[in-house]
Design a protein around this ligand. Structure first.
Ligand code: NAI
Ligand code: MG
Length: 499
């Protein structure tokens, strides 16, 4: 079977979609002879079907990555590695319209968001790490006149990357950029719900000129290809983004050969609005912070706590904002803010939390139902806001991962901090106040990897991102995200040769 298809996307863009497994710079078939069908969540129609990797395919990809690691890649001048990453960034920029089209089609995110956020963010991350490639070095330590030591920062080896479906392109470059800058090779397993942009991207990797085997991209199911990567003794490190239960499982599986593990998992991030806050701005950020990307954001601020003196006003403004901004519909339409949920499984999951919220007695401010497109199809959920929730309700504790927010009121600062921290997660938190001392002292007391003062979900490739508690292990992005892909070696030198 051919490993490409000529496709026409709903916006009329015509392009060539790779369908195979990308191993050793070639497109190959799965040894399992298995395929995955890609679905457009806007109407549940079939887009195409692709090769699905099994454990034998993972094994072949790991061998290719190992040969590449032991070969030319290792000996390459570091600035040349940077050049290749720069070339890749430029190619992504040149193919921006197609990449954005694919993600809008396959994932259901709006074309506008894919084109104006996901693609430029991915380019910026690649360029940032391209710049690091020739600036990775160790230090000299001189403990006394007869001893000297130096450290060098070496690549870890073959890295496995397991990617989720919510930001298909950003998530891949977040792992690929630092891994390659540091001189590692990669086996990437993309999410089975949204493999198409990553397969297209793999062709750009080849075009940029990366040697064979440096990057291998496999579509495959989590239980098969994902588990095979986590378990493979030839993989030295694994970086995973996805759910907390899957992260926990990967951590256990990866213990077989003590892989280095980075996990970026779930969240239930709080947003606290003090009574001195700029209320209109808090409402706008509070809306974007959960409703962007169909609510499918790990650090979405999905629990809002508002001071009781401004609570009623906040609710009125929030409802207006949802009605004004949260235009639900076709991802390719210019004025759409919210597309469909990524898959039937996610649609069902969010729907079941809506039922739970109703059953638990939370008050529905708006939404609370599925909504269909004009032809009666599609995995759309109306933006849903529950108010007057208590902290013990399931909807206040579980990550829902949809356009779904819970709002409650507080009285004391201490109470707000305690309730914000009352979660197994600790990914992000937002604080709205005009009082700088309060902003900083609350930030200090919040248990999360990121705090936003007077914003929500700001992110930047130069700033490290990671979770406290069960939101993850290790960091991605920034200089610390690069350090994770290196291992430090210490060399002692005995200067006078005597014992
Ligand atoms: P998931 O965590 O199961 O999937 C993420 C990736 O892990 C996919 O590539 C999947 O194929 C792979 N995977 C699944 N099981 C695996 C296993 N046993 N071993 C190795 N790899 C495995 O997430 P899923 O089922 O798609 O979504 C469920 C929930 O996860 C969402 O509702 C949301 O709460 C959370 N999630 C969080 C994300 C984040 O950015 N932190 C992204 C996606 C989902
Ligand atoms: Mg899809």
């Amino acid at each position: 079977m051919s490993h490409i298809a000529n496709l026409t996307a709903p916006n009329g863009i015509n392009y060539t979609q790779p369908l195979g497994l990308f191993i050793d710079n070639e497109w190959v078939a799965s040894k399992k002879e298995d395929r995955i069908i890609s679905i457009n969540p806007a109407d549940e129609s079939e887009i195409c079907s692709e090769e699905a990797a099994g454990s034998e395919d993972v094994d072949i990809a790991v061998n290719a990555a190992r040969r590449a690691f032991d070969g030319k890649w290792r000996e390459m001048d570091t600035s040349f590695r940077g050049d290749l990453l720069h070339k890749l960034a430029t190619l992504v920029e040149q193919h921006a319209d197609v990449l954005a089209t694919i993600d809008a089609w396959d994932n259901g995110k709006t074309y506008n968001a894919a084109r104006n956020e996901d693609v430029p963010d991915s380019v910026a991350i690649l360029k940032y790490y391209a710049g690091w490639a020739d600036k990775i070095h160790g230090t000299v330590i001189e403990p006394n006149p007869s001893r000297m030591a130096y450290t060098s920062r070496e690549p870890i080896g073959v890295c496995g990357a397991i990617i989720p479906w919510n930001f298909p392109l950003v998530n891949i470059v977040t792992k690929l950029g630092p891994a390659l800058a540091a001189g590692n090779t990669l086996v990437v397993k993309v999410a089975e719900q949204t493999p198409l942009s990553a397969l297209y991207f793999a062709n750009l990797v080849k075009e940029a000129g990366f040697p064979r085997g440096v990057v291998n991209v496999l579509n495959g199911m989590g239980r098969e290809a994902g588990t095979a990567i986590a378990a493979h003794p030839g993989i030295d490190m694994i970086s995973f983004t996805g759910s907390t239960p899957t992260g926990r499982e990967i951590l256990k599986t990866a213990a077989v050969n003590m892989k280095r593990v980075i996990l970026e998992t779930g969240g239930k991030s709080p947003l606290i609005v003090f009574k001195d806050a700029d209320l209109e701005q808090a409402v706008r950020w509070g809306h974007r912070g959960i409703m962007s990307n169909q609510g499918q954001v790990c650090s979405a601020t999905s629990r809002i706590f508002v001071h009781e003196d401004v609570y009623d006003r906040f609710l009125a403004l929030y409802k207006d904002e949802v009605q004004k901004v949260s235009q639900v519909g076709d991802p390719f339409k210019e004025d759409t803010f919210q597309g469909p949920q990524v898959s039937k499984a996610q649609f069902d999951r969010v729907s079941s939390y809506i039922d739970t919220g109703k059953r638990e007695g939370a008050k529905l401010l708006c939404g609370g139902e599925a909504c269909k497109n004009m032809s009666g199809k599609g995995l759309y959920i109306a933006p849903t806001v529950f108010t007057d929730v208590s902290d013990s309700m399931t909807i206040s504790r579980d990550e829902v991962f949809g356009p779904f927010v819970v709002i409650s009121k507080f009285n004391e600062e201490k109470e707000a901090i305690k309730r914000a921290n009352d979660s197994v997660f600790g990914l992000g938190a937002a604080v709205f106040t005009r009082d700088i001392s309060r902003a900083l002292s609350v930030s200090k007391k919040i248990e999360s990897g990121t705090v936003w003062i007077n914003s929500s979900n700001d992110s930047d490739g130069r700033v490290p991102f990671g979770g406290f508690k069960q939101s993850g292990i290790g960091l991605e992005l920034g200089e610390l995200g690069l350090a994770a892909y290196t291992i430090s070696k210490s060399v002692f030198i005995n200067l006078n040769s005597k014992l």
